[in-house]
Design a protein. Structure first.
Length: 316
């Protein structure tokens, strides 16, 4: 049995190192059949729990909301368009609530946090899924580059403000990240991407690198919470279709469906005992945060990046 487990783990690692098989639907299908694949959460694992999901009206967010609802959770949909959330709630088997929030706008985040704190019970989970990949450089309401505001500043501020609700249940917080971050360094010198020719793909990957590299610092700051990053693999979503159409056209036959992409988020939130925190996960296994050594930041760089994030988010 030990030999079989070792071989399974070796195959899992090999899939990741070859990238395309590991990140695509192929990797997910193979891993699910390995003897080392962790057990599914109990069917009622989240009965009575309250879990919040940002960007929950389509793609990965909608799939995550459906899966959490299927395990018994009351799902709080944090979205820009409450009308779409109310339509989407028809797909949920359990209760839900919708909260208006533009995660890229820190004033909107503060209003949303106040509304949730005034009306919602303690939360057992928070999923930072909302995302965007703009074709051109766009600034947030506070003047920050959009992907950094949406993927880092807004989520960090929202978690900070919801800490009383989250800490009461020793909640699990999941940042949905991206494999694109493996090809980018931590943007310590230019977090708002003000220099050079702008690339939405690069900006997106840099913001995702920032999510992952700040995990340890956030885990220390939010000591009562369990903080994770989750890489969903390559998933067929409306965002992929619209933002990177060439990639979508070439890879479409082997892209994962949203349910496969959301699987590990749901597992992180619902499995018992809780998986080890402050790491990067994909397909129910903790993964390395760097593949190319030259992109590995120093601790001093992480601290500098955190100081910028804390100041920009107004929590320094």
């Amino acid at each position: 049995m030990a030999l079989l487990s070792s071989l399974s783990l070796a195959l899992d690692t090999a899939l990741d190192r070859t990238v395309v098989p590991g990140f695509s639907a192929i990797g997910y299908a193979v891993r699910r059949r390995l003897p080392t694949w962790p057990a599914d959460p109990a069917p009622d694992a989240l009965a009575g729990a309250h879990v919040a999901v940002t960007g929950a009206t389509s793609g990965l967010g909608a799939a995550t909301a459906r899966q959490l609802s299927g395990l018994g959770a009351h799902v709080h949909l944090i979205v820009r368009d409450v009308g779409k959330a109310e339509e989407m709630s028809a797909d949920l088997v359990g209760p839900s609530s919708a909260w208006a929030c533009d995660l890229s706008d820190l004033d909107s985040v503060r209003r949303c946090a106040r509304d949730i704190s005034a009306a919602a019970p303690p939360l057992t989970g928070l999923v930072h899924n909302a995302g965007a990949l703009p074709a051109e450089r766009v600034e947030s309401a506070q003047g920050h580059e959009l992907t950094m505001a949406l993927h880092v500043l807004g989520p960090v501020l929202l978690t900070e403000l919801l800490q009383p609700l989250l800490s009461a249940q020793q909640a699990r917080v999941v940042f949905v990240t991206s494999g694109g971050m493996y090809a980018q360094p931590l943007p310590v010198g230019d977090p708002d991407y003000t220099r050079g020719d702008y690339s939405g793909v690069t900006a997106y990957a840099r913001s995702k690198r920032t999510q992952v590299e700040l995990l340890g610092i956030l885990a220390e700051r939010w000591a009562g919470l369990r903080v994770y990053a989750m890489h969903p693999g390559w998933v067929a979503t409306p965002g992929v279709t619209q933002s990177i159409p060439t990639f979508n056209r070439l890879m479409r036959p082997i892209l994962r469906d949203p349910d496969a992409g959301a699987d590990t988020t749901t597992w992180l939130l619902a499995s018992e005992p809780p998986p080890p925190a402050a790491g990067l996960w994909k397909d129910r296994r903790e993964r390395p945060t760097t593949i190319f050594g030259r992109f590995a930041p120093t601790e001093e760089q992480r601290q500098r990046m955190w100081q910028w994030v804390a100041t920009a988010a107004g929590i320094a």
